[in-house]
Design a binder for this molecule. Structure first.
Ligand code: M6R
Length: 361
């Protein structure tokens, strides 16, 4: 039942405020400015013993993991990174007993992720799951984990589950941080930020009409560039994947800092750029990148916390805490992908060549 929406994608985009609310419910501990994650199976001593975090997933879940790794580094100061699960399992990785491995998956059935988990377990590693589907294969094979509570996701293209994964990583980063050096005050700041998310998501979705109009302006593009820096880079990658999957427009994502090392050669009026421009300590750097693009007559659509003078159009999103901004900045671009695909008459819920879960090698 699509409840009045024309596609599951549209319905699921609109379910995100409720989904995030569900991910937070019952988990916040105001007294100690931390969170309780029931199924984690990691006591304070275990958490303190973690020397590195390695996150494994595919597609959108891998992108959520990239944001998660940054959150864990920022809030818990534990070195963390994400890698596609399939790459990991084929390169005979060094498996380290002091590393906490986290497998991320909506379905919990993705074969490459499951195989990576099994290989890790065989080598004696500690593996947690960050999974949506309760009781799925990956949830069962891992030593513990976090359910992301996005609810059923039907559209082949992941939207609300991505958002809930990133929120869940925020919870985990806060939890790990509070077993280490994250102060009570910073814990409180993050909790307040998390609590603001559902209302801020509603605010973004209320701006849907502007995004629909913008998608028509850019739907003639054969190819689009997505850029972001540090926190904004995985947001750009995910937005680029979303556009590709549903509209079949070619899109590339680059760190904004890499533009001048090659991709700037592609910039011209027929190659628009979508830029993630959060109002954080990298704002000036990002503005400089917009200027470089403008100087090559590139069209720019910015997703930012304030109007960007150098951009042709800006989608203004509400500001949260710097560390949590990536959760919100991708949401307008889910709508952008949706409306672009709709204008092109695409089969939005079932894009060609794709399956909801990839249970084969
Ligand atoms: O079920 P999973 O999260 O393990 O699936 C991983 C990818 O196959 C999935 O995210 C895919 O990239 C989606 N089509 C993204 O929209």
């Amino acid at each position: 039942d699509m409840g009045g929406h024309d596609t599951y994608m549209h319905k699921e985009i609109h379910e995100q405020a409720d989904a995030v609310d569900r991910a937070l419910r019952g988990r916040i501990d105001d007294r100690f400015s931390t969170v309780h994650l029931g199924g984690l199976n990691l006591d304070a001593r275990d958490a303190r013993a973690v020397r590195r975090v390695k996150i494994l997933g595919c597609g959108t879940s891998y992108h959520a993991g990239q944001i998660g790794a940054q959150m864990i580094e920022e809030l818990a100061r534990i070195p963390a990174d994400a890698e596609p699960a399939s790459e990991f399992r084929y390169r005979n990785p060094v498996v380290d007993p002091d590393t906490l491995y986290i497998a991320v998956s909506q379905s919990g059935e993705t074969y490459d992720v499951l195989a990576a988990v099994q290989e890790l377990k065989r080598k004696g590693a500690r593996v947690l799951g960050l999974v949506n589907v309760v009781g799925s294969a990956i949830a069962r094979e891992t030593d513990g984990g976090i359910y992301v509570h996005a609810g059923p996701e039907v559209c082949v293209v992941s939207t609300k589950c991505f958002t809930n994964m990133v929120v869940s990583f925020g919870l985990l980063a806060l939890h790990l941080g509070r077993t280490r050096d994250l102060s009570v005050a910073d814990g409180k700041r993050i909790i307040e930020g998390l609590r603001k998310l559902p209302a801020q998501i509603e605010e973004i979705l209320a701006g849907e009409e502007q995004i629909e109009k913008l998608s028509k302006e850019y739907a003639d593009a054969k190819s689009m560039m997505f850029i972001g820096r540090v926190r904004g880079y995985p947001v750009a990658r995910e937005a680029s994947l979303k556009l590709k999957e549903v509209s079949y427009i070619h899109a590339e994502a680059y760190p904004a800092s890499e533009l001048k090392h090659g991709p700037l050669a592609l910039i011209e009026p027929a190659m628009p750029t979508v830029a993630i421009v959060p109002d954080d300590d990298l704002l000036e750097k990002n503005r400089a990148a917009l200027e470089e693009i403008k100087a090559r007559s590139g069209r720019i659509l910015a997703v930012a916390h304030q109007e960007q003078e150098k951009a042709d159009h800006t989608i203004v999103v509400p500001k949260n805490e710097d560390e949590l901004d990536p959760i919100l900045m991708g949401i307008p671009l889910q709508l952008f992908a949706y409306y672009t695909a709709k204008a092109m008459g695409r089969d939005i819920d079932k894009p060609r060549n794709l399956a909801k879960s990839v249970t084969v090698e």
